[in-house]
Design a protein around this ligand. Sequence first.
Ligand SMILES: [Mn+2]
Length: 500
Amino acid sequence: MLLHELLAFDAIHIQCHDNPDADTIASGYALYRYCQQAGKQATLFYSGRNPISKPNLLAMVESLHIPLAYEPKPAPCPGLLVTVDCQYGAGNVTHVSASHVAVIDHHIQERELPPLADLRPYLGSCSTLLWLLLEAEGYAFPSEVATALFYGLYTDTNGFAEVRHPSDRDMWDNLVPDERIVKKLKRSNLSLDDLAIASAALNALEYHPEGRFVVMGVPACDPNILGFISDLAMQVDAVDVAVVFSHEQSGYKFSVRTGVREVKASELANWLVQGGIGSGGGHVEKAGGFINKAMFEKAKPGQSIMDFLLAQIRAYFAAYEIVDCASSGGVVLEGMAAYEKLPARIGFVPCAELFPDKTMLHVRMLEGDMDIRATDDTYLMIGISGEVYCMGKQAFATSYTPLDETFKVDVDYPPVVLDKDAGTRVYLLRVAKACQSRKSRVLAWQLSRGMKVFTRWDAENYLKGEPGDWVAVRHEDPRDAYIIKQSLFPGLYTPCQEAE
Ligand SMILES: [Mn+2]
């Protein structure tokens, strides 16, 4: 959906979800300003049992002059009704009859959507979605709108700790908010009631020594409380993983924290919402998400959310064998078969052609951000999913043949490099050339159980394989192991024909 399609209507009514938070208010406000600038008759409102009372929301509405109306009994809408940060017909937004409806949201799909809808559950906030849509229209962000969207992302991602998608980070980097107002809002996030909730949760804390984790449930509260409690729990030496959730009207908001390299918080957050019951994501150490109540009750009838989370966390721990190639003997070679790695086409960018020697680069890709110091020897390699990794000139020369063509691939988020010294951005897919890997022989084995492999080169990050994926070793060395996705294996490897 493109935002200007909404402008086909003269009257545009924008509805935030009941019991609104900063993200829905910011999203609605940005859309309101856009419609108003286009000469439309726009209104911004919310409904539900209570008007907003939280100090930060009141301060947000006041300091940014947001014309947000509370309509406990909303009248039917002539023209277009747009629900932001929620879906028309869902449980967390009061029903308003309208002749035309549009939905802009970042939660998982709950309802059949109208033709005018944009739903991107992988984003950390609905504010990010509005930012992307407005950017696509070439919109110039007034300070109030920039500040609102910035604060919307801030509150929905626990102070940016749980941002999920590179687009979240792009918005965070690009918007220029009014720092004075942001500061004031950050300082009024929590109420005394929120603090009382935190202390009650800490009192009732249950520790599970077998997995060194804690899980805590709290009543509906400011989402920042979840991060606050889990961050506090992580400072206990016996706690490796913390999950804190709150009971919200339409589901459960949760925060995940981990302090051990064997568990990535973003992965655990995704694991908790398996089966389409919600959305989650974030970083290696901090992540979060939301579980939809109706979906959860349908998937796990009769189970409490606490029992469910405990079972999911235990299942996650049990699902993966951990192999550390740096400190152990590596993977078991017995039962592995020989395969030939077929020549594969990937992209490469020699840093020397773009940047001065020893430039600090910030690489942004779907997998996350990476900082590197690029020398004249560094090659940036771009895989077929848009993932970026580094290689030395020598290693490149022995394993790849450059081709005389550009590298083209269709990916969800094209990787981008920021030259931190010059402040310039380079979209790698615009400059990447193609190269072909040389044939090589590996031993490989298809996984029947999950596996996390720490390679010899990176003691902090593991490669993760699910059942059905493959583990392979180069040079018959059990410690030279890596993981290949099930879907990619047949295209990249073929059984060796020659006898041993
Ligand atoms: Mn939101």
